[in-house]
Design a protein around this ligand. Structure first.
Ligand SMILES: CSCCC(=O)/C(O)=C/O
Ligand SMILES: [Fe+2]
Ligand code: NI
Length: 188
């Protein structure tokens, strides 16, 4: 189940609040300018399906988002727990960083943990299949796919280098919960 936990940025052991209803998560995240939606597939998708088939299942929502935001590239990324590069890939976005455009990701299957640092609060968002998250340009955050990563995600970009992370050099991400072993669920 998708979940939002909000922390004081000095207190990683005691969440101020926990939300696990999608509407509740979306409402809380909207107060900091983060988008959160849930989308339903118009046809079944399975791991190994071609990117076009996966995107066709969400075509109406993808087109709406592209039209509203002017995205120029939409792609599909996936990772499975047997990927020999999984540790390297996990490390890539584990520390606090930001991007020079909105980070917009839709989870077709599997899950991942986005943690956002805004002013003196930390917003930990467990994204699961059906969740779309839009992290605004320049918002500091980190992302943990867990030790046994498993997801298929659709990514939206405005610029070719939109995915590049600019790292802040802080150690805050190391003090907050990681995506624990066992939390990650296999993609269907
Ligand atoms: C589900 S893709 C997430 C990885 C990524 O692109 C990023 O920038 C994480 O912070
Ligand atoms: Fe990021
Ligand atoms: Ni609530």
């Amino acid at each position: 189940m998708s979940r939002l936990r909000i922390f004081q940025d000095t207190a990683p052991d005691s969440p101020l609040s926990t939300h696990d209803e999608a509407a509740d998560i979306g409402k809380a995240l909207s107060t900091i300018g983060v988008g959160f939606e849930q989308w339903a597939a118009s046809q079944p998708v399975a791991p190994g399906d071609a990117p076009d088939k996966i995107m066709d299942a969400y075509r109406v929502d993808i087109d709406r988002l592209v039209e509203a935001n002017g995205f120029r590239t939409v792609d599909v990324v996936s990772i499975a727990p047997d990927n020999p590069q999984k540790d390297v890939m996990r490390t890539k976005f584990l520390d606090e960083h930001f991007h020079k455009e909105d980070e917009v990701r839709f989870f077709v299957a599997g899950s991942g943990l986005f943690t956002l640092h805004v002013d003196d609060k930390v917003y930990e968002v467990l994204c699961e299949a059906g969740d779309l998250i839009s992290v605004p340009d320049s918002m500091t955050h980190w992302f943990d796919m867990g030790p046994d990563p498993s997801f298929i995600a659709i990514r939206f970009f405005t610029e070719p280098d939109g995915w590049v992370g600019h790292f802040t050099g802080t150690d805050i991400a190391q003090r907050f919960p990681r995506y624990e072993l066992g939390q990650a669920r296999p993609a269907p």
